[in-house]
Design a protein around this ligand. Sequence first.
Ligand code: F6R
Length: 244
Amino acid sequence: MKIIKVKDIQALNKKAAYLVASQIIEKPNCVLGLATGSTPIGTYQELIKLYNDDIIDFKEVITFNLDEYIGLPNTNPQSYAWFMNRHLFDFINISDNNVHIPNGMAEDIGKECMEYEDQIKKVGGIDLQVMGIGRNGHIGFNEPDVMFENLTHVVELDEQTILDNSRFFNSLEDVPKRAISMGIKTIMNARKILLLATGEKKTEIVHEMIYGRISSNVPATVLQLHPNVIVLVDEAAGKLIKEG
Ligand code: F6R
């Protein structure tokens, strides 16, 4: 793992955006894996700036999101499809055909999961997967006790995750209990991974992800086995990381 520690969230957003931008410049038709949540919002804002400044072009870029709630249509402001439009896609020249987000309203969810994997395979796999980390060590919606062999699949959300995500909903009861998520194997198949973490709430889990024993109880520890991971943290999230 390559660890990059920066001063604050602003610096992290810029650096993350530059890393994504360099992937797009190097391969204009690259396949990006994208995440929702609070962490990447600032990075998406910086990417929009780079697009407006003509430094990057999304015309040929293909994207696959990590996950989506089951039961929320893409017109629901809490859906991840809505999130991606609001925070990134509405502001760049990406083609609708190149955007992929699991369909949480699919009639046959099992088939939807299999087709999602097929689509990733068909475009040659993910070049760069951008993601955050949950306080319980989840990546995507791969919760503790996950099977490392999983491809895209249906997940029962962990209590901690439902609680953490309830801040975006009117009440705890409104938070969907199931989601579709890329599996650990899908994520590990990405050629490069950029994991972002900010703030004190992530300090301990970031430390465990890097130095802890690899265990399905802390899904992010599996990233220790990936040959090309950048962990980009601000000072607060990286407080327990040893220097050098
Ligand atoms: C989002 C996702 C989740 C989040 C994680 C951290 O698509 O897959 O794993 O990355 O829950 O969320 P934030 O960034 O809100 O702390």
